[in-house]
Ligand binder design. Structure first.
Ligand code: PLP
Length: 429
């Protein structure tokens, strides 16, 4: 590394060692990404010493704010013993018990290496339990990057959104709109569908909200038709409430996929669910000579350093107080953005559930719009907003969406709103 690195110089270097210079395709940015050196609370600083008010927060994993002292301290303590040895340990039991207490669907818990691994495992369990290969998933919902659930992540595109994903696999994925009558028709037409996957917030942490009552309707339909119902709560788990969206709305799926906040913002994930389905993972209970009946491994599952940080986070998040703070800050942000948009005559509005804030340009309501329509926003406005904010010191999670944390204060939100004000003023000209 050169003596005085800049974002541009690091990007040039990165391109010589990593495709596109990045480790995640959504971190790619022209002319270059920002290279973050330090993050604390609701702020972070790049390699050039520039400060940002952070609304990305570790891809929505840092609900307590970046580098929360209780989480850092627990990880540091554990590092003096072992970060990871590949063995069973007491911390994983305490952590699993927290999830069992908090999530209504959590009879039993299995830890994984990431949210993607959680959805892979849950789907394997769904197929094994139902004895049926096909999965029905909702248009535009995101469940990680593995082959089985990639089709349909990009709204409106009923084709594999990546080279290298075989049609033999995507043919097993049925993409439906979030409309209960249409889903009933799909299930009737295709008896090979055994599992249903839903992002509990609606697509993209609620930028495409689910219709009112949808979760209860799909619960009832899955029960009536004998399908395994999986809620993807990778984002909503612990964020929407200590027990996720399922506890807040009183609708219990058969299996739940978790990651991000549930791991204290550290690498990992979990699948929780009904005892009779989760029992398929028990190596002590073979079926047809298979022990366990459903295979699941993973070198870093429930690594002690992650478990230690996660437990520290659970102790704070189980009270619901950090969520209330983060929700109040998102509310302040949404109201402020709406006011600034009005002031500058920008056609659009901010909306969102829990501690999220989404923006839609070009109308006054998204009611009745499809995921594809909501995601098709004027490109110049969308990139103008993202770049204008970033240059002035506000980082969003994606082009028109962001999350808040319990570390955001009214003062920080108001400071960010002044930056929105300047950016909208620019966009309006
Ligand atoms: N499911 C949802 C709803 C997500 O938002 C994500 C990631 O953003 C995933 C699954 C995949 O999680 P990971 O990135 O940890 O693999």
């Amino acid at each position: 590394m050169s003596e005085n690195p800049t974002n541009a110089s690091l990007s040039a270097w990165a391109h010589s060692v990593m495709p596109g210079g990045v480790s995640h395709e959504l971190r790619f940015r022209k002319p270059h990404p920002i290279y973050i050196e330090r993050a604390l609370g609701a702020e972070k600083w790049d390699i050039e010493g520039r400060r940002y008010i952070d609304f990305k927060l570790g891809a929505a994993s840092q609900l307590l704010g970046n580098s929360h002292p209780a989480v850092m301290e627990a990880v540091a303590q554990q590092l003096t013993k072992t970060p990871y040895s590949g063995d069973c340990h007491a911390l994983e039991i305490t952590w699993a018990e927290w999830l069992q207490k908090l999530f209504p669907s959590a009879d039993l818990v299995r830890f994984t290496g990431s949210g993607t691994e959680s959805t892979m495992l849950a789907l394997r369990l769904g197929r094994a339990f139902s004895g049926k290969d096909k999965v029905l998933r909702i248009d535009g919902h995101f469940h990680g990057w593995h082959d089985m659930l990639l089709k349909g992540s990009k709204p409106g595109a009923n084709t594999p959104p990546s080279l290298g994903v075989s049609a033999a696999i995507t043919d097993l994925t049925v993409v439906a709109p979030p409309a209960i009558d249409a889903i009933r028709d799909y299930l009737e037409q295709d008896p090979q569908i055994g599992t249903i996957f839903v992002e509990a917030s609606g697509a993209n942490y609620g930028s495409v909200p689910l219709p009112d009552g949808f979760l209860q309707q799909i619960r009832d339909l899955a029960t009536e038709t004998g399908k395994v119902l999986i809620f993807d709560e990778v984002i909503t788990g612990l964020r929407w409430s200590p027990g996720g969206r399922q506890a807040r709305d009183g609708v219990t799926p058969d299996l739940t996929t978790l990651a991000k906040v549930v791991t204290g913002g550290l690498p990992g994930g979990a699948v929780v669910g009904r005892a009779d389905i989760m029992a398929l993972l028990d190596p002590g209970k073979p079926i047809d000579g298979l022990a366990p009946p459903v295979s699941h491994k993973g070198t870093f599952n429930a690594a002690p350093m992650v478990a230690a940080g996660a437990i520290a986070a659970m102790e704070l998040l189980s009270t619901g107080e950090p969520q209330r703070q983060a929700d109040a800050m998102a509310d302040r942000l949404r109201n402020g953005i709406n006011e600034k948009m009005g002031k500058h005559g920008v056609k659009g509005f901010a909306y969102g559930d829990s501690s999220t804030c989404h923006m839609f340009f070009g109308g006054t309501s998204i009611d009745g719009m499809s995921a594809a329509e909501i995601r098709t926003q004027p490109a110049t406005l969308v990139s103008g907003l993202r770049n204008g904010l970033l240059e002035r010191g506000v980082d969003l999670m994606s082009f028109t969406s962001c999350v808040t944390s319990s570390a955001h204060t009214p003062e920080l939100i108001d400071e960010a709103l002044e930056i929105f004000d300047e950016t909208f003023a620019d966009l309006a000209h």
